[in-house]
Ligand binder design. Structure first.
Ligand code: UFG
Length: 328
């Protein structure tokens, strides 16, 4: 049986493809390559280039491959861009989920593991954030993920689907051998931006504000390594295959690191002095996002293993061996 990996050519999806194939699973990747990279996938992986919003394409994929489960990574995922282009975000993310779920129902595929986000919570009342915290997304990206979760919930009630929704906190790092990794264009995430300094691609890292109510004044986030994150997807798929109930889980380390602490960790990993320049706050940034991951530990037995330094070190192996990412 085959796992359909939607968005399998993206940063996180491509790591999932590797992990599932390493376990001997059959996979097929669907990706429109708007932000994904064909080069992030082994040449022999079954690959369909196209858009999830095309029902005929989904029929062709489900008709050709014996799909019995879906990992859904395909989405637009930049918070700032979503504020500029909310309708494009609802189209790609929400409409994409609708056509996918409709096709799953048509073809009798009943299991889906979904990439959700801490962005569904917005600014939390307190940390660590549990899955029962109020959902108050502060931008169209987070809102789209909240709606996508609801769509799965109601499709489960009506059509007997079962799903696991994984709410990622801050994902970073790369596969241990550094052969694939993060390549966003333009780059917007903290760890790759920090590492552009020792790569000689930028003179300094700008810290987005040091007047937050945190010990060193900079924002605190909960970083989880991409390999640990993928392990949670494998466990979630097995949970559904074993007849487990639908569930929503946070994926984080339960530990917060400030932007300054991340820069310090990158200094230790790279040996570079990493100059910083203080900038203003980035609109919409919550001061602290730290997960409670107790539920996923209890139900799936998942525990992240990678420390922040290991996450940065794996990212550094990727970026220093591929300074231009996947190339032009
Ligand atoms: N930051 C800097 N300088 C930079 C880049 C980032 O100081 O050059 C700061 C940000 O302001 C933030 C922290 O580093 O305080 C982390 O920023 P990222 O952009 O790496 O990540 P976010 O926490 O903003 O976003 C992440 C995911 C989103 C998800 C969000 C949930 O990347 O997809 O968490 O709130 F929506």
């Amino acid at each position: 049986m085959t796992v359909l990996i939607c968005g399998g050519a993206g940063y996180i999806g491509s790591h999932a493809v590797r992990a599932l194939r390493a376990q001997g699973r059959e996979v097929v990747v669907l990706d429109n390559l708007l932000t994904g990279h064909r080069q992030s996938l082994p040449a022999d992986v079954p690959f369909v280039e196209g858009d999830m919003r095309d029902p005929a394409l989904l029929d062709a994929v489900f008709g050709r491959y014996a799909v019995d489960g879906v990992l859904h990574f395909a989405a637009s995922s930049l918070v700032g861009e979503s504020m500029q282009l909310p309708l494009a975000y609802f189209s790609n993310n929400v409409h994409g989920m609708q056509t996918l779920l409709e096709a799953m129902v048509r073809h009798g595929v009943a299991r889906i593991v979904f990439s959700s986000s801490a962005a569904v919570y917005g600014e939390p009342d307190s940390v660590p954030i549990t899955e029962d915290a109020p959902l108050r997304p502060g931008n169209p990206y987070g809102e789209s993920k909240r709606i996508m979760e609801s769509m799965m919930r109601w499709a489960a009630v009506a059509h007997g689907l079962r799903y696991v929704s994984l709410r990622y906190f801050n994902v970073g790092g790369a596969v241990a051998d550094g052969s694939i990794g993060e390549d966003h264009r333009p780059e917007s995430h903290l760890i790759p931006l920090i590492l552009q300094v020792p790569l000689g691609r930028r003179p300094h890292i700008i810290i987005n504000g040091d007047d937050y109510d945190t010990p060193d004044g900079t924002c605190i986030r909960d970083y989880v390594g991409v390999e640990d994150l993928i392990e949670a997807h494998v466990l979630a798929l097995r949970h559904l295959e074993a007849g487990g109930e639908s569930a929503v889980f946070n994926l984080g380390s339960e530990q917060g690191f400030s932007v300054r602490q991340m820069v310090d960790a990158a200094r230790r990993v790279t040996g570079h002095p990493l100059p910083v320049v203080m900038g203003g706050r980035r609109p919409g940034d919550p001061a602290r996002l730290v997960a409670s991951s107790r539920r996923v530990g209890r139900v799936l037995g998942w525990r992240p293993r990678q420390s922040v330094e290991e996450i940065i070190a794996s990212a550094w192996r990727w970026h220093s061996s591929h300074p231009d990412g996947f190339g032009a």
